[in-house]
Ligand binder design. Structure first.
Ligand SMILES: *Cc1c(COP(=O)(O)O)cnc(C)c1O
Length: 385
């Protein structure tokens, strides 16, 4: 029942792409832990010949991904960065990409350290104003890469406005939808060509799997990405696909609680006398609030903040003083995680570049989990001190 968007969001998350197993009736898609498939003849098989090219568990996940992002085709990869890597492999030397100047550090590292040497050029612009993108487009531009809300500054980019610019210039638009998840935002509906996910985060939701995804509507684009997936081989194993399939079924209930807890924690932090600034698009005075309200269904559980005493010692003291909230990279799991972007998730961005784009040395990022919110707030309160 893939692509049954006539159902409600929750129903779609539970049922999209999955069918009972035809051979046994198992309601959960089995983990097809097999590398190869016995064929009837050299040119005849039952739809699968080798698990790098296709696997039934992966196929169920790919159909589910398509269904929940309102797309025609889903492709699963061994990680989020492998999915991003596949998109850039669509390009040729001499092609140019316009990317957000505030985004996941690993995306920046992949672009700069692995693709620049193959002759692909990246321009980083402030995407809060779509005009900056229009101005950066030239005849070599082939792709616009954006992320919203951004990691870690929670900036909002207007997907529909950027899609209008990309369409007029005949340039592909890819949106990293990891922070919002398909429950809060569907970029294909707003005109994007490709949606990318680190399914490691909210889709998996339990901090137990690394997996990436791409979702598209265009058949040729799907075929080109499938060729890269099969030829470069960055595919996830069936057990990992199963875990993400299972995670997707509770995305709506988890996400509702992430949003509810996130709102309460954001307000708590904002009212705390020792907190200088809180970054969260749910605040009415957040510069992207109106756009967020237009393109998202809620504001999510990711929050960044700065302490008034942002000395290295005090920031480190706070980060190592939480008892419930774990100091760790990653986000989107059921448990709350705290992170120091400057030395952890975004350490691969040169300091000068980081500071210029507003990512200070003292910035703290919180992935609000779905524990009892009083416990999260009490823990933050005692750690802030
Ligand atoms: C984690 C993350 C990625 C990379 O995904 P992996 O699954 O870790 O490879 C990409 N984009 C964003 C926004 C992320 O948070």
């Amino acid at each position: 029942m893939s692509n049954h968007t006539s159902y409600g969001i929750g129903t779609n998350l539970i049922h999209a792409g999955v069918e009972p197993d035809p051979s046994t009736g198992a309601i959960m898609t089995p983990i097809f832990q097999t590398s190869t498939y016995v064929q009837d003849a050299p040119d005849e098989h039952k739809g699968f010949d080798y698990s790098r090219a296709g696997n039934p568990t992966r196929q169920a996940l790919e159909n589910a991904l398509a269904g929940i992002e309102h797309g025609q085709y889903g492709l699963a990869f061994g990680s989020g960065v492998a999915a991003t890597d596949a998109v850039i492999r669509l390009l040729n030397p001499g092609d140019e990409v316009i990317a957000a100047n505030d985004m996941y550090g690993g995306t920046y590292r992949l672009f700069e350290k692995l693709f620049v040497k193959f002759g692909i050029r990246f321009h980083y612009v402030d995407m809060k104003d779509p005009e900056n993108i229009r101005k950066a487009i030239n005849s070599n531009t082939k792709l616009i890469w954006t992320e919203t809300p951004t990691n870690p500054l929670m900036n909002i980019t207007d997907i529909a406005a950027i899609a209008a610019i990309s369409k007029a210039a005949n340039v592909l638009l890819c949106v990293d939808n990891t922070f919002a998840s398909p429950y809060l935002q569907n970029p294909l509906d707003l005109g994007a060509d490709i949606v990318m996910h680190s399914a490691t985060k909210y889709l998996g939701g339990h901090s137990d799997v690394i997996l990436g995804a791409l979702i598209v509507n265009d058949k040729q684009l799907r075929d080109d990405l499938f060729f890269i997936q099969k030829s470069a081989g960055a595919v996830p194993g069936p057990q990992d696909c199963f875990l993400v399939l299972r995670g997707i079924k509770t995305l709506h209930v988890r996400m509702d609680r992430h949003c509810e807890n996130g709102a309460k924690v954001a307000h708590f932090l904002r009212n705390h006398p020792k907190v200088a600034k809180v970054y969260w698009a749910g605040f009415e005075d957040h510069p992207g609030h109106e756009v967020a309200k237009k393109q998202m269904r809620n504001f999510g559980g990711m929050i960044s903040f700065e302490l008034k005493d942002d000395s290295a010692e005090n920031v480190k003291r706070m980060l190592t003083s939480t008892k419930l909230i774990a100091l760790a990279e990653s986000l989107g799991g059921v448990e709350s995680l705290i992170n120091h972007p400057a030395t952890m998730t975004h350490a691969s961005i040169p300091r000068e570049e980081r500071i210029k784009n507003g990512l200070s040395d003292g910035l703290i990022r919180l992935s609000t989990g779905i524990e009892d919110v009083e416990d999260i707030i009490n823990d933050l309160n005692q750690a802030i001190g």
